[in-house]
Design a protein around this ligand. Structure first.
Ligand code: EPU
Length: 442
């Protein structure tokens, strides 16, 4: 396994470019199973999760090609299997995105239940409720969801859950409804930009979906979806993480290809904390001064502050004098990063679904361990600001969601080295295409 050695204390400076969105790419690639014809997806980031999704599609018989220009083509015409095996689903929860496409195209799907997750309890009951409303017969068998439907019919579907709507659940039900007979109305649909991009992709393939990006989506079923070429939106979470890296090092950074219209909550939070920034059409220029303000933030479904930025904001607020508070209303237990930040001198305590942060003047280097994707990003940010040399183990978590992150940071003057972690060398590693290690998690 790899680890990062980060020499902290350098204010970041320069220009960096954001890649395509992981969470837009994953359901789109999964939905290629429902399409009759070749699917080309452009701007797909080179990440471990994309490799896992490609392997899943290939395991079913799809022909998947990664091209040099960063696009992926999927030919689903030879798909023979409608099974998503535990071995792949346990590595990546987004594998559940094949459930709706398989059911819509083949009338059946067997998808392993994902199992435990480091960021909290993550059931898929809303996905199943939505598909059942369209007429699917759903049962659990030996750890697998078995869904069958000789015919899917449009219906009124309510996707509200105790912690808000479901992002991948909305995509699953949307694609099934796109190929159902008649009209479907999704209520309490997730409004995330990735869901809107998903609908844009399906519409380009011949679907008839309106309202995506709002909480009410109307879908008129069509008989088939045809070949399509689609470019995914830029990754708003990568852009936010880079903005927070600039802020925590009190740097001066321009982030290009940022989906600024999808980042209003993040940019508002930065303004409130006192991080000045200028926005042009697709670039954010961050100029962080040294005096920042403590803040109370709550992570919520879109258009609220993303839970996928919660850990990175916590790293920043750990360096801001005064008392801050962060609540996560989406994943109320997503605080695995707290204990590691505390090892770096942060003063944070968790109380119910909130973290109370007493900012310190200076974080200090320490050996720390990444527990999940966004927790790793928070540790990298803290290490950039800390005094001394921080070692972060298990950066395979980071590689799942950030392409060449250390290169992007180093381009801005950071001192991040990727080295082999000899203490973990005995751990067996499966073969990978893009990054070095892999793993169970989000
Ligand atoms: N939930 C239910 N029942 C369900 C589904 C979800 O109660 O059937 C609950 C979850 O437990 C959670 C909330 O609803 O409390 C939201 O979960 P959601 O289903 O929206 O999450 P997801 O679709 O599994 C996506 C992203 C996550 C991101 C969440 C929330 C992808 C591939 N993943 O997950 O991204 O945190 O939405 O915005 O789109 C990440 O990139 O690091 C990541 C974890």
């Amino acid at each position: 396994m790899d680890m990062f050695c980060i020499e902290g204390g350098v204010p970041l400076n320069g220009t960096v470019r954001v890649g395509g969105s992981k969470n837009a790419s994953l359901p789109i690639l999964a939905a290629s199973l429902a399409i009759q014809g070749e699917v080309i997806v452009r701007q797909v980031p080179q990440l471990q999760d994309i490799v896992t999704m490609s392997q899943l599609l290939q395991s079913m018989g799809a022909i998947v090609e990664t091209r040099e220009d960063g696009s992926i083509s999927v030919d689903p015409s030879q798909v023979k299997s409608s099974v998503a095996p535990y071995e792949l689903v346990r590595q990546m929860r987004a594998s559940v995105c094949v459930l709706g496409p398989l059911l819509a195209r083949f009338g059946e799907a067997r998808v392993s239940l994902p199992g435990g997750c480091n960021i909290g309890h993550r059931p898929i009951d809303l996905h199943l409720r939505g598909l059942a409303a369209l007429g699917a017969d759903i049962r659990l068998e030996s750890g697998y969801v078995v869904a069958e439907a000789s015919k899917l019919r449009g219906a009124e579907v309510d996707l509200s859950g105790p912690n808000g709507p479901t992002v991948t659940g909305t995509c699953n039900v949307m694609v099934a409804a796109a190929l159902a007979t008649g009209r479907t109305v999704l209520r309490s649909a997730a409004q995330e930009p990735e869901v809107e991009d998903f609908a844009r992709f399906l519409n380009a393939a011949g679907a008839n979906i309106s309202g995506a990006g709002t909480s009410i989506v109307e879908i008129h079923g069509v008989r088939a979806l045809h070949e399509v070429c689609h470019s995914v939106i830029p990754d708003r979470i990568e852009a936010a993480t880079l903005a927070l890296a600039a802020a925590i090092t009190r740097g001066d950074v321009t982030i290009q290809n940022a989906p600024t219209t999808h980042m209003t909550s993040v940019l508002n939070a930065l303004s409130l904390i006192g991080v000045p920034h200028d926005i042009t059409q697709d670039a954010i220029h961050i100029r962080a001064g040294s005096i920042l303000r403590p803040m109370e933030l709550t992570a919520e479904p879109y258009p609220g502050l993303p839970t996928d930025c919660q850990a990175q904001f916590m790293a920043l607020l750990a360096t801001v004098l005064g008392e801050s508070q962060i609540t996560d209303a989406v994943f109320p237990e997503r605080f695995m990063h707290v204990a590691e930040l505390v090892r770096m001198g942060a003063r944070i305590r968790v109380q119910d679904n909130s973290a109370i942060i007493s900012g310190v003047a200076q974080l200090s280097a320490a050996p720390v361990m990444a527990s999940d994707l966004r927790a790793s990003a928070a540790l990298v940010l803290a290490a950039l600001a800390a005094e001394g040399r921080t070692e972060i183990r298990r950066v395979y978590h980071l590689d799942r969601g950030y392409h060449a992150f250390e290169q992007k940071l180093n381009q801005l003057g950071a001192k991040v080295q990727r080295v082999r972690d000899e203490t973990m060398a005995a751990v067996p590693r499966p073969h990978l295409e893009f990054s070095r290690d892999r793993v169970p998690n989000t």
